[in-house]
Ligand binder design. Structure first.
Ligand SMILES: Nc1ncnc2c1ncn2[C@@H]1O[C@H](COP(=O)(O)OP(=O)(O)OP(=O)(O)O)[C@@H](O)[C@H]1O
Length: 371
């Protein structure tokens, strides 16, 4: 799979062109196209059933696409015999060998590849150290914590320095704190080794924290392919806007401006980046992130806002470092909105039942076609 004279070295690590896979009536993957350059970390993000694992299985060569072309380092996947594929994998369900020590587990892929036995111990020690398990090589999986076991699985997937590392929700079974630690660990290791990595998850934080690039999928389709910041700031679809972060949609009719007409009010907004705003008269959804919605007392307009509406606090949820307000807009047909106060100690707290004003800047409301 390494670039050879037959495959130009400029070939991307992975290249998918119109790749589709059906299971009976279900289009698990529909015309997926993307390129991934060598050394990058790509996350495929989407809800359950969106086709993430299907894409990963096709890249691993476990299954063949019904249509389209899939190339690894310039070579069609099907042309690479399974034993020549240089792919490491880590799954949610660990597949460590329970009767082997951590070191034996890590050594396994090297033995399978008929490495010289004299080279194996040093190599295993290096990779155990890379995942910060120095001194624990003699333990069996049941003598290790969940996070340590996951590190053994990572070392085992990487020890033969694969050209491609595939991760299928490897952190999903860990508790929240350990998961966050391991996200950073993964990132560190991936950068240290420079291994091209494709990670699959439904966890938006994980996608943003770990990746150079994120592909968002829904119902077998790639909706957006962007770096984490672009994805966060410039969602290209209402689905992406709703999937990332905390927010709400206001449903109305597109108006000139662009703007959203809702219950007699006209609220200024903007088009998604690089796309046209919904045509005036079309059904439209205005997406508003909770961290962009500002609150002031009833009758006042929050500073720096181009739009404001009276709101009733339905709930004020204390989340430690922030308060999440659930709001209702009585003058807008009872539409719901959310607001986050990131500095709750600095502001007066609005109690449930309080009448306030919710406001936002024009650029903070992105207008999507509702159809
Ligand atoms: N072997 C199969 N036979 C029939 N249908 C399948 C098969 N594998 C996947 N599907 C269907 O294809 C669609 C995509 O499944 P896939 O496993 O790729 O989703 P996913 O995004 O990885 O979901 P999850 O996050 O739940 O793992 C789903 O509707 C699923 O039910």
């Amino acid at each position: 799979m390494k670039p050879t004279s037959a495959a130009p070295s400029v070939a991307p690590a992975v290249e998918a062109e119109g790749v589709s896979r059906r299971y009976g009536d279900v289009a698990a993957l529909a015309e997926a196209s993307f390129r991934l350059e060598a050394g990058r970390f790509l996350t495929v993000l989407g809800p359950s059933g969106s086709g993430k694992s299907t894409l990963l299985r096709l890249i691993a060569g476990f299954e063949a696409p019904d249509a389209g072309r899939l190339r690894l380092y310039g070579r069609p996947v099907e042309a690479i015999p399974p034993h020549r594929r240089s792919v490491g994998m880590v799954f949610q369900r660990l597949a460590l060998f329970p009767h082997m020590t951590a070191a034996e587990n890590v050594a396994f892929p090297l033995r399978m590849r008929r490495w010289d036995a004299r080279d194996i111990p040093a190599r295993v020690a290096r990779f155990l150290s890379l995942v910060r398990l120095d001194g624990l090589g003699a333990r069996r999986p049941h003598e290790l914590s969940g996070g340590q076991q996951q590190r053994v699985a990572i070392a085992r997937a990487l020890v033969f320095e694969p050209e491609l590392l595939l991760l299928d929700e490897p952190l999903a079974a860990l508790d929240a704190k350990l998961r966050e630690e391991m996200q950073l660990e993964f990132r560190r290791i991936q950068r240290e080794l420079g291994v091209t990595t494709i990670n699959v998850t439904h966890d938006q934080r994980e996608a943003l924290v770990m990746s150079d690039r994120v592909i968002v999928m829904d119902q077998g389709r790639i909706l957006q392919d962007a770096d984490p910041e672009t994805l966060w700031r410039e969602p290209a679809h209402a689905f992406v806007a709703g999937f990332l972060g905390v927010g709400a949609f206001l449903d109305g009719v597109a108006a000139e401006g662009p703007a959203l007409a809702i219950a007699g009010a006209t609220l200024p907004g903007r088009a998604p980046a690089g796309r046209a705003a919904p045509a005036p008269g079309a059904r439209a959804r205005g997406s508003l992130r909770a961290d962009r919605v500002r609150l002031a007392g009833a009758g006042a307009t929050p500073a720096g806002c181009h739009a404001a509406a009276p709101a009733l606090v339905e709930d004020a949820i204390f989340e430690g470092d922030r308060i999440l307000y659930e709001l209702r807009l009585p003058t807008m047909g009872g539409a719901r909105l959310r607001a986050i106060d990131r500095d709750p100690g600095a502001h007066a707290r609005h109690a449930p039942g309080a009448a306030v004003t919710a406001g936002w800047a024009r650029d903070d409301m992105i207008l999507f076609d509702a159809d």
